[in-house]
Design a protein around this ligand. Structure first.
Ligand code: 3HC
Length: 295
């Protein structure tokens, strides 16, 4: 089947990035949100990102005219019915199983029968989400990375029920977005979070044990391993609430101590220090160019 029109559920950090890369690749995109203010915020982020690319067209390939053209392919809506003729639905709403299942069940009766449903979830089982629909063979995971317009990787996730031709269609679609897709199966965390989350949690445990300061652990991993960000900067960037949620799902699945949340992560989440998005996490982000350790 050919994918022409894409529906994106949720226009937050991930949803808006996904909508942007789909429109940039030439697809018509409709983004669904629950309230106009969330759509406005998501589209403001897209405008900012496209403007950044358009500043350096020789590097990005996006001229100001092309940015306008991309923007013209993007629509926002508050009505599920506006997604009825989409060929592919990519869900990026809040990481909550019940909310996601409710959304999929509602859309299953609205969106055309041969459309493919995909979830951008980072840890929830694709198999569980698929059971909310009558189209298990047309259901996959499509996991993007933050910041979506820059990060090259997409994990394409198959369940035991995914039809091979559906998987290949979505795999090819990810390539058309200019991303590099990898194949993986529905095991919690897929490839990246399976390896990344224990590393991030170990960094917190190392700090708790007095191995080094937050800034020194970050510096060590950046300069010692050539990582673009140290673990604490990355934690603040991904969101501590998101990471904390992922640890629960992974610990529940594997029952291994390496996936369990360290006490400090829980304390930060209880305090509402979620990282960059709330202005404070392991770092205070008042001056984003020079973040200072929060404690
Ligand atoms: N849109 C367009 N352009 C953007 C942009 C955006 N959203 N964000 C940054 N840019 C541009 C900047 O303007 C800059 O352009 P220039 O080189 O022409 O001046 C360029 O991109 C590089 O940005 P910066 O100089 O600000 O910073 P970096 O060189 O450090 O790159 C980064 C930023 C790509 C985010 C890099 O730090 C990085 O790769 N960090 C690691 C991110 C990562 O690991 N993400 C995965 C998280 S895990 C996840 O998402 C999974 C989930 O399930 C938890």
């Amino acid at each position: 089947m050919t994918i022409k029109k894409v529906g994106v559920l949720g226009c937050g950090l991930m949803g808006s990035g996904i909508a942007q890369v789909c429109a940039t690749a030439g697809f018509d995109v409709t983004a669904l949100e629950a309230e106009q203010k969330f759509l406005d915020k998501g589209f403001a982020g897209i405008d900012k990102s496209l403007a950044k690319f358009a500043e350096k067209p020789e590097k990005s390939g996006i001229t100001p005219e092309k940015a306008k053209e991309i923007r013209g392919r993007l629509k926002g809506t508050l009505k599920k019915e506006d997604l009825a003729d989409c060929d592919l639905i990519i869900e990026a709403i809040i990481e909550n199983v019940e909310d996601k299942k409710k959304m999929y069940a509602a859309l299953d009766g609205i969106v055309k029968k041969d459309a493919i449903f995909a979830s951008n979830t980072s840890s929830i089982s694709i198999t569980e989400l698929m059971t909310a629909t009558q189209r298990p063979e047309r259901f996959v995971g499509l996991h993007f990375f933050n910041p979506v317009p820059l990060m090259k990787l997409v994990e394409v996730v198959r369940t035991i029920a995914t039809a091979p031709e559906v998987f290949e269609t979505v795999f090819e679609f990810a390539g058309k977005l200019g991303k590099v897709p990898v194949r993986t199966s529905d095991k919690t965390g897929f490839i990246v979070n399976r390896l990344l989350v224990p590393y991030l949690l170990d960094a917190i445990r190392a700090y708790e044990e007095g191995v080094g300061s937050i800034a020194d652990i970050d510096q060590a991993m950046k300069l010692g391993c050539g990582y673009p960000m140290g673990p604490f900067t990355l934690l603040d960037f991904v969101g501590l609430d998101t990471t904390y949620y992922i640890t629960h799902v992974m610990f529940e699945e594997f029952k291994e101590a390496r996936f369990a949340s360290p006490p400090l992560l829980k304390r930060l989440v209880m305090a509402g220090w979620y990282g960059k998005k709330t202005g404070k996490g392991f770092y205070d982000w008042k001056d984003p160019a020079n973040p200072a350790a929060s404690f």
